[in-house]
Design a protein. Sequence first.
Length: 303
Amino acid sequence: MIGLITKTESNPFFVKMKEGAEAEAKKLGAKLLSASGKQDGDTAGQIAAMENMVAAGAKTILITSSGDAIVPTIKKIKAQGVQVIALDSPVDEADALFATNNYKAGELIGAYAKTVLGGKKPVIATMDLFPGHPVGAQRHNGFLAGYGLKSLDAKSNELAQPAEVVCMADSYGDAAKGQTGMENCLQKNSNINVVYAINEPAAAGAYKALKAAGKEKDVVILGVDGMCSNGVGNVEKGVIAATSMQYPLKMAAMGVAAGVKYAKDGKRQTGYTDTGVDLVVGKAVAGIKSIDTKTARGQCWGD
């Protein structure tokens, strides 16, 4: 028996992850339990789900961590012989991690943005996740590093802010908050010409604010995820210039397979496994590896 615990049920990324886990469990003949927090950050809900699943007989827990408050429970259930594998977001004490290299995801869109902007001086706004989250920090700092600006390394949970970054807003990965954040940033500096967004909904929100201000054609917007409409579709429409596509279905399928293996041989999965990331662009540029939107359509997920 394997348990899958995601941050939320509503985010298309986690919906796809659950689909991947269900398909792999069916294929391998495993029983899958699933649960989620009420929203991103609901560690209490994730703790309760872990305890309930272990009580029901789960021998492997797959979890997309909402925060460090779950760590003591991870330690406790591991001591009871349960394997714990983190998906998407790293968390202390997990046996293993299957995830996107989020720093690389940021680097890809950063390098692309620099090429598209040409020799213009970047005036950057960032629509970030929220302070202290490793995935948010890795994407943000990777973006700056990819652009060739002063940044922090992949181990830091802090957000770098070189002089070229004139405004930083917490979007929580939400379109409405991305719009509000962008509106506030435009009030601070009307010359913004590059927007990095933690994900595609936040990027779409930023675009809405820019369009309302009549500036949407003057700004290069970049995101991360690989959603079908908000991501690939918006690259096709020119709403965003590029996005880094990740593979939630693959993360979950690999996690289930590791759970089945543990049930058979008792050997825990260890270390980090990179589940891949691809740069999706509307217009390819020399020197930067990318895939076009037609190729991405066959691998996208969600809305």
